[in-house]
Design a protein around this ligand. Structure first.
Ligand SMILES: [Zn+2]
Length: 151
């Protein structure tokens, strides 16, 4: 499951809408081992294509260095589809090199409504996971008795 703050969801949707009809891409780094995306990093789609995305390699190297320096990892790697549903394409699966990341797909094919779904992609296998949108991470794991334990 992906637990994610609402402001980060809103930023990703705004980015996907802004870059439409091209695909938009980026990452949400978070503290290593936390599984918690903390900040929004929109990236350049080097391919500038309506049906393909490619991180700008210089930008990617810079971000990787920055994340290493901060003790962060790419918790979420996102991109948008502009004509098809929010499901990883054959190419997306082939290029997915981070088994620990949540791959978020957005679809801007409907003008009014943006679809957002999340996947794990491990060794070529795609597994969809639930997305829980929260206002803040602070209050999400309270340990209260009436909250069923998910672990
Ligand atoms: Zn794709």
């Amino acid at each position: 499951m992906l637990q994610i703050r609402r402001d980060l969801v809103d930023e990703m949707i705004a980015h996907a809408r802004r870059d439409h009809p091209d695909e938009a891409c980026g990452m949400l780094p978070g503290p290593e081992g936390s599984d918690r995306p903390e900040r929004f990093v929109p990236m350049t789609n080097f391919a500038r294509s309506p049906n393909f995305y490619q991180f700008d390699s210089m930008e990617q190297i810079r971000l990787k260095r920055e994340m290493d320096g901060n003790g962060e990892e790419p918790v979420v790697i996102y991109h948008s589809h502009t004509m098809t549903e929010a499901y990883p394409s054959r190419t997306d699966v082939d290029l997915a090199g981070e088994p620990g990341a949540h791959y978020v797909l957005l679809s801007t094919r409907h003008p009014e409504e943006t679809e957002l779904r999340s996947y794990r992609i491990v060794a070529g296998e795609v597994t969809e996971e639930p997305v829980e949108v929260v206002e803040s991470y602070l209050f999400s794991h309270t340990g209260a008795d009436d909250v069923p334990d998910r672990h």
